[in-house]
Design a protein around this ligand. Structure first.
Ligand code: BMP
Length: 268
């Protein structure tokens, strides 16, 4: 099955240039860690991206929490992504009607399409949102842009379950040009009947922490080992890394835990 293949094997067979690049980065740097860099000033964000960049495959931002956001934020992130060989994922969680999300993605104050390789969206509003984002990506003719559908959430009482999650997979299948996969707690597509044999969605998993089970506001964590065993491909960790006493030591621990669990999976 897909989860017993290496990133290198999957890179070779994948049709998306962006996924090929993502898997190639993972192999080169021996990391499946996505740093959720939820820092609130440009200096703090760029500083953590520079120090932890060598150990991660992707840097995930919430760019709208950066209080002094500006051109230097985007230029800085773009330069660091090149220097340290990682991709940029803006965790914007688009959720509106198609016409609105096109404007939020392509222009606006944040210019997300200009700099973020990966974005995510929810299907609460129906298929039109994915159609709209797909159209923007295809029309721009830039190959290194892709969407993850937010098919589940890690917070307590999340309503993104069952039929909603199944519908996320069905919609993803209709937009192979732009939808790379999912943000979910586990691999989803093999549980669904219509899977075609060469389908290969990438699974990003949030709520990953080595030492905590959750927070006071409903967040729920699993460990890197649990997430990889569930078919995740990339592990998203925030406070477990950037809020540690020594973030560099912490990111190396997450990198090792994630990579060991990956190797175990492809060997079994
Ligand atoms: P932390 O590891 O510090 O709990 O951060 C988790 C990050 O992942 C946050 O940026 C949050 O917005 C995001 N996230 C999540 O925690 N659960 C989800 O279901 C989806 C998310 O994007």
């Amino acid at each position: 099955s897909r989860s017993s293949l290496s990133y290198a094997q999957r890179a070779e067979e994948h049709r998306s240039p962006l996924v090929k690049k993502l898997f190639a980065i993972a192999e080169r740097k021996k990391t499946n860690i996505v740093l959720s860099a939820d820092l609130t000033t440009t200096n703090e964000l760029l500083d953590i991206a520079d120090r932890l960049g060598p150990y991660i495959a992707v840097l995930k931002t919430h760019i709208d929490i950066v209080s002094d956001f500006g051109t230097s934020t985007i230029d800085g992130l773009t330069q660091l992504a090149q220097r340290h060989d990682f991709l940029l994922f803006e965790d914007r969680k688009f959720i509106d009607i198609g016409n609105t999300v096109q404007k939020q993605y392509k222009g606006g104050a944040l210019r997300i399409h200009d700099w973020a390789h990966i974005i995510n969206a929810s299907i609460l509003a129906g298929e039109g949102i994915i159609q709209a984002l797909d159209q923007t990506i295809c029309d721009a003719g830039v190959s290194e842009r892709g969407i993850l559908i937010l098919a589940e959430m890690t917070s307590k009482g999340s309503l993104a379950v069952g039929e909603y999650t199944r519908a996320s997979v069905e919609i993803a299948r209709k937009y192979p040009q732009s939808v790379l996969g999912f943000v979910s707690t586990k691999e989803l597509s093999s549980h669904s009947p219509a899977a075609s044999p060469n389908e290969d969605f990438v699974v990003f998993t949030t709520g990953v922490n080595l030492s905590s089970k959750g927070d006071a506001l409903g967040q729920q964590y699993q460990t890197p080992t649990m997430a990889m065993a569930g078919g995740s491909d990339f592990l998203i960790a925030g406070r477990g890394i950037y809020a540690a006493a020594d973030p560099v030591t912490a990111v190396k621990e997450y990198q090792k835990a994630g990579w060991d669990a990956y190797q175990q999976r492809i060997r079994s």
